[in-house]
Design a protein around this ligand. Structure first.
Ligand code: ADP
Ligand code: MG
Length: 246
């Protein structure tokens, strides 16, 4: 049975101007789809175009050529239903944790009382109950990224795009956060239907994803010959599985 496609990219290309003004192809004719129910890891060297691909999928920048669709409809700008988490957390430092999380809902026109209730629930789910009034700088890196994830998830996105979301964290903090997200996903406590994680860490990809794809560099292309399908260990098995990898 074919899985329903959440997102599909066909022939996506993107160039940026280099310092000398000449266009440089970063993504070359990329085809990719994310199906309902899967976590896909996109691996690739630094500079291969991973962040560019995610930003195009999130509607933050346009592709030069090709088509990006979400549930069969073209993506031409930020779409509700698609949320992104950034390596650098991208929190507003002058806003409280609660205000940062509510931002996504504000953009969707959700009323203040409902915003507050949903942000509270999401902070609770992400292990941040009681921190709503804190400023980002008062939190550790791991907690800041939990705020970033809460802000993405509070909008109930179908698709979660995570761009090196764990790279700025120390190993243990990153692993704990990863396991927490997988536990929420496995138990359907988050409504997200598909996750794309970008990583340069093969272990992270193996631990999280059902499928790994590689973006080859210069210019970025998805090489299907390197696609790996995994049977991801459920969270309960992951400690054991990690022992096998180490
Ligand atoms: P990755 O996330 O795989 O490290 P990126 O998508 O960030 O790669 O970048 C791919 C290439 O595109 C890099 O060479 C980067 O310098 C270039 N690039 C990315 N964004 C821009 C931009 N806004 N303007 C010019 N060049 C860019
Ligand atoms: Mg990047």
């Amino acid at each position: 049975m074919a899985l329903d496609k959440l997102m599909e990219l066909k022939g996506v290309s993107k160039s940026f101007r280099s310092a000398d003004g000449a266009p440089r192809l970063v993504l070359d004719d990329v085809d990719f789809s994310l199906a309902e129910g899967e976590i896909v890891a996109l691996l690739g060297k630094s500079g291969s175009g991973k962040s560019t691909l995610l930003r195009i999928m999130a509607g933050l920048i346009p592709a030069d050529a090709g088509a990006v669709s979400y549930r069969g409809r073209g993506v031409h700008g930020p779409a509700s239903g698609i949320a992104m988490v950034f390596q650098s957390f991208a929190l507003f430092p002058w806003l409280t944790v609660q205000q940062n999380v509510e931002l996504g809902l504000e953009a969707q026109g959700v009323r203040p009382a409902e915003r507050e209730a949903r942000a509270d629930a999401m902070l609770h789910l992400m292990g941040l109950a009681g921190f709503g009034g804190a400023l980002p700088r008062e939190l550790s890196g791991g907690m800041r990224q939990r705020v970033g994830i809460a802000r993405a998830l509070v909008t109930n996105p179908d698709v979660l795009l995570m761009d090196e979301a764990f790279s700025a964290l120390d190993v243990l903090t990153g692993e704990t956060l990863r396991d927490d997200i997988l536990a929420l996903w496995d138990s359907s406590r988050i409504p997200t239907k598909g996750i794309l994680i970008v990583s340069h860490n093969i272990e992270e990809a193996v631990m999280m994803a059902d499928r790994i794809i590689i973006l080859s560099s210069g210019p970025g292309r998805i090489s299907t010959e390197f696609q790996v399908d995994l049977v991801r260990p459920r969270v309960a098995d992951s400690v054991e599985a990690r022992a096998l990898i180490d």
